[in-house]
Design a protein around this ligand. Structure first.
Ligand code: AMP
Length: 216
């Protein structure tokens, strides 16, 4: 089974949900650069202070802010047998960084990109209805997967939030950035015969089953 996985797809494709399921099944760490940055913003660290305004506008933070984070994270021993990267690489330069880091660890041959593809209009609908738990990270959709109690997390009862970057105008901006900057990453992996794709529509369980087939 493929266990060095780069998850690609537009914001709201379900990468976070699938990443949790895949990393549990494959016993590999789930590394989300978006989560790392949100945590930095929450802690008001220097990284967080630099990233917040850019993230709120739906743009990409500069490559240099993430490069050391990626080098350090992929060097930890828990990545020796695999990883699930979610949200990185987001452009060609980050893809080159990833290839270099993985080549240095002699694992590039094992790395594959798995793209979850979803049409733009479906994304806008999903994200404006998405609510996240700021405490435990659980994700809901107020239409298709609402919490049991109104606006509170089922697991920890924390008040759910609409992420600043899930507002409709920001979602459209994030999609524009995705098409311009991140879609070429799909080509980067395809040219290297490292690209797998599944349709991200249907129930999370069915999408997960399709992913497992591809990773076999
Ligand atoms: P995500 O949760 O992956 O959608 O990331 C949320 C936001 O964090 C993005 O809209 C970017 O502003 C920022 N971000 C996350 N990962 C990256 C990355 N690899 N490169 C640049 N910005 C990123």
């Amino acid at each position: 089974m493929i266990s060095f996985i780069v998850l690609l797809g537009p914001p709201g494709a379900g990468k976070g949900t699938q990443a949790k399921m895949i990393s549990e099944k494959a016993c590999v760490p789930h590394i989300s650069t978006g989560d790392i940055l949100r945590e930095a913003v929450r802690k008001d660290s220097p990284l967080g202070r630099e990233a917040k305004a850019v993230m709120d506008r739906g743009e990409l933070v500069s490559d240099s802010l993430l490069v050391n984070i990626i080098i350090e994270r992929l060097s930890r021993s828990d990545c020796a047998n695999g990883f699930l990267l979610d949200g990185y690489p987001r452009n060609i330069s980050q893809s080159q960084t990833l290839e270099k880091v993985c080549s240095e660890h002699n694992i590039w041959d094992k790395v594959y990109a798995l793209e979850i593809s979803v049409p733009d209009e479906e994304i806008v609908d999903r994200l404006k209805n998405r609510r996240s738990c700021p405490s435990c990270g659980a994700v809901y959709n107020i239409v298709s997967n609402p919490p049991k109690q109104d606006a509170a997390c089922d697991g920890c009862s924390t008040k759910l939030q609409l992420r600043d970057d899930d507002r409709e105008e920001t979602v459209r901006q994030r999609l524009t950035v995705y098409h311009e900057r991140t879609e070429p990453v799909v080509g980067y992996f395809a040219e290297r015969k490292k690209h797998l794709v599944v349709k991200g529509e249907g129930s999370p369980e069915n999408i997960f089953a399709a992913i497992m087939e591809k990773l076999k």
